[in-house]
Design a protein around this ligand. Sequence first.
Ligand code: ZN
Length: 115
Amino acid sequence: MRKRRIEQLRRRLERREAEIRENLRTKEEEYREVSQETHAEAMDEAQVQSDSFTRDVMQVHGDRQLTSIQAALQRIREERYGLCVACGGRIDEGRLNARPEAALCIACERRNEKR
Ligand SMILES: [Zn+2]
């Protein structure tokens, strides 16, 4: 893949990374505010638990995406970007355009999904 193309994708990954971090931070703050209010008003425990559950799910999802974005940035630094981490084959450029953090080529991802 051309250097310029990788550079563009790197910028997109870095922007996305910043967005997710910001998002997680906002969620964290909202959660803290909500739980403080909840305690003040002494709402029932079930509500508190469901808020905490929602937050955990979002945290896990965000973290997972963050992890794959950071792994992609790492591959760029190591000049392995665009190569499938499973088979070493080239990842389709259109696929990287749609998902710059993709670590697997389409064939390997399909194999993964079947498992
Ligand atoms: Zn592969």
